[in-house]
Every structure is written in C-alpha cells, then in structure tokens.
Design a protein around this ligand. Structure first.
Ligand code: SF4
Length: 523
C-alpha cells in the first residue's frame, strides 16, 4: 500500500483499506459535533488541466483551488468573507444594495463582517468543512478600496490557519498600489475584473471612478481604469502571483471586444480568463437591469469562450458567487454560518484532521481521473464529427448523485470522440417544491438545458421524464452514483453506435437560456 493509502486507512479506512469519502466527511462532521447531512454535495482550461499538463509549481498552487482548477472544483470548497463594503468605481451591472438570500451574484451579501468576525468565521467553516481550502475577499465592494480591513483579515487568518490559501478579487483601480502588500501576505491568487481595454467601450460600462480624491467620469475614467488594471496585472506577473481575469459579457457593448481583452491579458501573463454572462434583471436595480440590457444566451457565451480558448486557458465553472458564499461552487452554505451562529460556536482548528481529509479527497480525485482515462481508451481512436452537450445533476465529487427534482444547477459537458469536457453550468429553479413537481419550473429547466441531448440524474420521476422526452432531451438515470465523465463517455459510445446502425438520427439542438432572476426556491 502507498504512503497515502496508509494515512487514509489509518485515519478512515475499513479493514479492506477502502476509503469512502462521504463516510469520512460524516465522521469529521460528527467529530466536530456538526449535524451535516453530507448534502454537499485548461489551466489548460485552468480548468480541466491536471498535473500531467502543468508546471509542478503551478499545479501545487491550483490543485486544491476550486476556482483555478476545474477538476478541483468538484472536490474542494471556498469561502468569501464580506469585510470590504466600499467601492471606488461604479459598474453599470452592479447594485450592492440589492440582496436576496436565494440569489448568487457578485456584490450580493447578507451581512458585513469585521476582520475579527471574519477570522472566527473562517476557522468555524474550516473546522466544519475540511475540504474548504480557499478564503477569498471579493467585496461586496472592492477589497483594495478597503485595504486596512482586507489586509488585517488576511493577517489574522494567516496566523490562525496557515494552510488556507488566500485570494482576492478586485476591479484593479488600486491594484498597482498594493501589489507589494498582496505579496507580503502570500496572497497567491488575484482576480481582476477587466471588461474592456478600449476607453470608448469602457465609458458605456463605467459611469465613474473615484481616483486621487476626485470623481472622474466618461472616457477619461475608463482610460485611467484600463491603464491601472493592465499595470497591476503586469506587476502581479512579475512577482509570480497567479492572476485570473474576469470579464462580463454584455451583448452589443463588449461582446466582440472581449477577444481583444483576451489577447491583452494573455500577453501580460494572466493565468486564466473567465468570461461570465451579464446577469441583469430589472429587480436588481442596476443600470443595465433597468434599461433592458440583455445577457447572452448559453450558446453565445460558449461560442465566445470557445473562440478565446485557443488563445489561453478559459474558466467555465465560475458560479458568479455572492461576496459571502461558503461551500463547494454551486452550493451555498452561508446560512449555516451567520455571525450569531459562529460567535456561539466552540471552534477547535484541527489542522491534522483537515490534512487527512484532504488526502482522502485527493485519492477520490485521482480515482475519478483514472476512470475517465480508462473509458477514454476504449474509444480507441474512433472519429466522428458528432459533438453534443449533456447536462448532469450532481452534488459534487465528480459523481452523478443528485435527483432531477432537487437540482439547483446542471453541469454541462461536451461529448465528442476526444472525450467528455466540462463546458459550463446552468442554474435552474427547483423542480421539486414541498414534495410536488412544479410545472412552471420544469419549463424553465427545459429552457436552461435546451441545447443538451441528454440529462444525467441519480433519479427522476415519471412526469418530468415524459416532458423531457417530449422536448427531445433523453433523461438518463442508469448511471446513478457513477463518475460523470466515465458514464458520459459510455453513453456517448452507445449514442454513436445507434446513429451508425440507423436506430436514431442525430439532430442538432437549439439554443438555451441563462437564468437572470433570483431562484424560485433554495430549499
Ligand atoms: S465568483 Fe467565480 S471565481 Fe469567485 S469564488 Fe465564485 S466561482 Fe470562484
């Protein structure tokens, strides 16, 4: 048995040496006195890249960072602490006053914290969710417009929990002033939101910036902002700090221009580019929401991401999280860690227990990759022009383990003879509400995955099954609790065989909608 095997078996294995991560998680939770139900559940796409196609030093930095590695996001969790309320620019897609507990968008937050409250919250979450490896400060304003609170929070966490990776997300206006401070606190990952490199376009996204004690508007504001963002990116690259660029795709405003943004950030050493859809509904009260600016469709977003992918690593698994999000991407456990609750919690930081748990998670990740490679080999060099999308209901761990009616999002994979590639996710309203299927929700779910040929689920009822089939989407439940990619490849081989034999005819699917409003239910 390997060293890793010994650690896991000693800590959590049965007499046959088999380690069940869900079981481990439950044991850890029980040990902490927490009643969790276990629900959780290059830099090629900075995303799908693994150790085999990455510099070992970079892999070390991203392997358990859920935002910088698509593979990691199935297994590791992150949290944001909302210690930075003020902002130094105005974006037309942002309104920090709007909050809805069921909503997930950057800038949205239920309560703001002091650095000391934030540090306590990090320890409480780290003790309850041992796969939480990353602490980010992402607002609700700009962390670098609140430097004292941001760096004091980092200082306290660095001392109390040195194994947790620190990261921050900024609009970049103040970034060049703080790169040395960022390096001092070992903040290894910085996200800069860059929506343009042309001030002519920027003036339609940013009405003003606050710069050198003055409010500046128009093209001048956008010019200063883009210069500061790109300079800050260069300075991060010079210091070996990984930079991810977030860009919001705003159809008719910057959608064509983002290809140029992609080139500009790549040439300055950005590690990963995350092009996200504009989320814009009137109830958010943003300028874009109120003036009817639409967001992109699913296929418009994917086409832009695909066209930039040859240029650099693309992130496709971003969930546009709240500034107080907690948990795996795609789940939000922030309600379990309100200030009242964490102040009452007895927190015991068990670094050794966390390490053992994370070793078990790493074993799980490796087993998943091995299963995918094994299945991929059976395609044996087959070629076909057919490329299609499938949706997957999952609670995490890279497994098909969610019921159709309980899914709050579906992960989307592109299948071809090259294998199964994660290309995005679609948030949906819950179908099952209070024990009954909700027909209105079903319509929106079908719209959200309308470009998919099949939906993989752990379980599904007769009614939604019939409606999905009517819409041309195959509900697949025979791979419950199996690995996603392995199962998808098996299904795809079968699909190709049926097309070849004439049993079915392959047809292209239509477009799909990206949900703009708040969830109907978070239950
Ligand atoms: S907003 Fe995107 S990048 Fe930030 S924590 Fe969420 S998934 Fe990661």
């Amino acid at each position: 048995m390997t060293d890793l095997g010994h650690v896991l078996t000693e800590a959590f294995g049965d007499e046959d040496g088999v380690v069940d991560v869900a079981d481990v998680m439950q044991k850890m939770a029980e040990h902490k006195g927490c009643g969790t139900s276990s629900e959780g559940g290059k830099a090629s796409c900075g995303s799908s890249g693994g150790p085999e196609d990455m510099d070992p030093a970079i892999w070390e930095k991203v392997k358990n960072h859920p935002c910088y590695s698509e593979e990691a996001h199935h297994h590791y969790a992150r949290m944001h602490v909302a210690v930075a309320p003020a902002c130094n620019i105005q974006c037309n897609y942002c309104n920090r006053k709007y909050d809805c507990a069921n909503e997930s968008r950057p800038g949205v937050v239920s309560e703001k914290l002091t650095p000391t409250q934030a540090a306590k919250k990090v320890l409480a979450v780290a003790s309850t969710i041992p796969q939480m490896t990353v602490l980010g400060i992402a607002g609700p304003g700009d962390p670098l417009a609140n430097p004292a609170k941001t760096f004091e929070t980092f200082r306290q966490i660095m001392e109390a929990a040195p194994d947790i990776k620190l990261c921050l997300s900024t609009n970049g206006l103040a970034l060049p002033d703080y790169v040395d401070e960022i390096a001092k606190y070992n903040v290894d990952h910085v996200t800069i939101t860059i929506n343009m490199v042309d001030p002519e376009i920027g003036q339609h996204i940013y009405p003003w910036i606050f710069w050198e004690h003055k409010r500046i508007t128009g093209i001048e504001a956008a010019r200063i902002l883009t210069e500061r963002q790109l300079r800050g990116l260069e300075m991060l690259t010079e210091r070996g700090i990984l930079a991810k660029i977030n860009s919001v795709m705003i159809p008719g405003v910057n959608d064509q221009h983002l290809v140029e943004v992609n080139r500009a950030v790549k040439s300055r050493g950005a590690f990963l580019h995350n092009i996200m859809p504009l989320i814009s509904a009137p109830e958010h009260g943003t300028v874009f929401g109120l003036n009817g600016q639409r967001g992109p469709t699913a296929q418009e977003l994917k086409a832009l991401q695909d066209s930039c992918e040859g240029e650099m690593n693309m992130m496709r698994h971003c969930r546009q999280c709240r500034a107080d999000a907690v948990g795996l991407l795609g789940e939000d456990r922030s309600a379990e860690f309100t200030t009242d609750k964490i102040m009452e919690m007895e927190v015991e930081y068990d670094a050794a227990g966390r390490k053992a748990y994370q070793q078990a998670v790493e074993g799980e990740r490796q087993a998943k990759v091995a299963a995918r490679q094994e299945e991929l080999a059976t395609l044996g060099g087959a070629t076909s022009a057919i490329k299609l999308l499938v949706a997957v209901a999952t609670k995490g761990h890279g497994v098909i383990n969610e019921h159709f009616g309980h899914a709050k999002e579906f992960q989307v994979y592109e299948l071809s003879t090259a294998g199964a590639k994660f290309v995005g996710h679609r948030r949906v309203d819950l179908y099952c509400q209070g024990g009954y299927g909700e027909e209105d929700s079903l319509d929106t779910i079908i719209l959200a995955i309308n470009d998919c040929h099949a939906v993989f689920v752990a379980k599904i009822g007769g009614c939604p099954k019939a409606d999905l089939l009517k819409a041309g989407i195959d509900p697949v439940d025979q791979y419950a609790h199996e690995y996603i990619e392995k199962s998808a490849i098996i299904w795809f081989k079968d699909y190709l065989a049926k097309v070849e034999s004439g049993a079915i005819v392959h047809v292209e699917r239509g477009d799909a909608a990206i949900r703009q409003g708040a969830l109907l239910s978070a239950a």
